[in-house]
Design a protein around this ligand. Structure first.
Ligand SMILES: [Zn+2]
Length: 92
């Protein structure tokens, strides 16, 4: 069987490239960031490994806001809590 070409994306935490399906997709919606769980939302997306180290790096580096075209200061605590839950669920 021929292997399908899986789309590759780059993690914003560590810069590693991985298959799109094995990364968390974040999408900016109305100047807010949501986790695109079903990968159905349109709009600017950013990707992150299912890895708490990458999440920590991301939280320290606000450059990803730029990648998502977020120009105002927003609270990310809720978002990071959601992502952390997903990382935990995935690794358990
Ligand atoms: Zn990563």
């Amino acid at each position: 069987m021929k292997k399908k070409n899986e789309p590759i994306r780059t993690c914003l935490g560590c810069g590693k490239k991985d298959y799109k399906k094995s990364l968390v997709r974040l999408v900016s919606v109305n100047d807010n960031i949501v986790v695109d769980e079903k990968k159905v939302l349109s709009g600017r997306g950013a990707y992150l490994c299912y890895n708490s180290d990458c999440l920590t790096r991301l939280s320290k580096n606000k450059r990803f806001l730029h990648a998502l075209r977020i120009n105002k200061s927003i609270s990310l605590d809720g978002l990071f809590t959601v992502i952390l839950e997903k990382i935990k669920n995935r690794s358990s």
